[in-house]
Design a protein around this ligand. Structure first.
Ligand code: PMP
Length: 385
């Protein structure tokens, strides 16, 4: 073993000793909110395919059609020769859905967040960056890449943000980053109030809509649609939209700046045709999926009701993401394992992903689930306790 391999071996053993070593396990999405893993089909409460679009035939057909017509790869980065008409058409479609002037498509949601903050700080060196404490790792990554020290505000605490913005009134610019639906808690930000607050302070407001797009807002447009004061709505095609890729919806001049300044856009190969085809089909379907959205809402209500009857805290969830907060890491792991024995998959989420003492099952509802699936989950949790 090389010195590196020896060292890594020890580090992995230390992770394993803390119960934190992880392994990717092969699985495949199945219709009806199911998942095939280890040769067994289970009810899937973990993946983010909220609307069931990942298996929708129109997405697969259009992906295949684009690949057949345009090839498997795009050949270069967007500014060299990688931009297809299909990239521009998809960007126009995203802008229309989000009610924005323009949009830019990037390799993934992670890439969008990681590339955005450095590009903004390049425009205004010394800008102060404010983040909700619970924002996604990709936003922290973007801040680190930009070399800025994040000024973190308490989760969804607009009075705290207000005070921090006032304290940094002399910064050359102020940028606020938050999410409209929080990925581990399923609660929402008050986007209208945030927009008004950002407006009062003349701060730039960026809202990550990864878990809201497709599921919430008019026609699944997300929670920033039509809200004044939101400068950039970030999102991903990888969750409710069933495919892959990220986007930033913004003004035309902001898009132009990002095209010129966002390293993750400039230096990465353009998304391939098949991915664009799937995203295009998803954007065609999503506005018509009000029935699925209403069903998800009803499933969420039912699950939160069941958890409340058992005395299990579901935090501030009001969406298709419902945490069952049990506190101790061992309890979350044990519950997840017991559910798996009963043919249900719900991941245990532990520190550092969530704060200590708030380990949980993160339950992601999918439109393919029936009320019976939720009742079975509630019964299994009850039996496990
Ligand atoms: N933002 C949030 C809030 C997310 O949950 C995720 C996905 N885990 C991302 C960004 C990254 O998106 P993608 O999976 O498309 O890279």
């Amino acid at each position: 073993m090389s010195r590196w391999d020896q060292h890594l071996h020890e580090r992995l053993a230390a992770l394993a000793a803390r119960g934190q070593r992880r392994f990717p396990r092969a699985a495949a999405l199945r219709p009806g909110g199911r998942l095939l893993r280890g040769g067994r089909e289970a009810v899937d409460f973990s993946s983010n395919d909220y609307l069931g679009l990942a298996l929708h035939p129109l997405l697969a057909e259009r992906a295949a059609d684009y690949a057949a017509r345009l090839g498997a790869g795009s050949g270069a980065s967007r500014l060299v020769t990688g931009t297809l008409e299909a990239h521009l058409a998809l960007e126009a479609r995203v802008a229309a859905l989000k009610g924005a002037e323009a949009a830019l498509v990037l390799a993934s949601g992670w890439q969008a967040n990681a590339a955005l903050v450095p590009a903004l700080v390049k425009a205004v060196p010394g800008a102060a960056v404010f983040t909700d404490r619970l924002v996604h790792a990709s936003i922290h990554h973007g801040c680190a890449a930009a070399g800025v020290r994040e000024i973190r505000f308490r989760h969804n605490d607009l009075a705290h943000l207000d005070a921090l913005l006032a304290r940094h009134a002399d910064a050359p610019a102020r940028i606020v980053l938050t999410e409209s639906v929080f990925s581990m808690d399923g609660d929402r930000a008050d986007v209208a109030a945030l927009g008004a607050l950002a407006g009062r302070h003349d701060a730039l407001l960026v809202v990550d809509e990864a878990h809201a797009t497709g599921v919430l807002g008019p026609g699944g447009a997300g929670l920033t649609h039509g809200i004044a004061g939101v400068d950039i709505a970030m999102g991903t095609f990888s969750k409710a939209l069933g495919g892959f890729g990220g986007y930033l919806a913004c003004s035309a001049v902001m898009r132009d700046w990002l095209v010129n300044a966002a390293g993750g856009f400039v230096f990465s190969t353009a998304l391939p045709p098949a991915v664009l085809g799937a995203a295009d089909a998803a954007l065609e379907l999503v506005p018509q999926m009000d029935a699925e959205r209403a069903h998800l809402e009803a499933l969420g209500e039912r699950l939160r009701g069941g958890l409340a009857r058992m005395g299990i805290d579901s935090g501030g969830s009001t969406t298709q993401i419902v945490p069952a907060i049990v506190g101790a890491e061992e309890d979350a792991l044990r519950l997840s394992a017991l559910l798996e024995e009963r043919g249900m998959v719900a991941a245990a989420i532990r520190p550092p992903t969530v704060p200590p003492g708030t380990s949980r099952l993160r339950i992601a509802l999918r439109a393919g689930h029936s009320h019976g699936d939720v009742d079975d989950l509630i019964a299994a949790l009850e039996a496990a306790r």
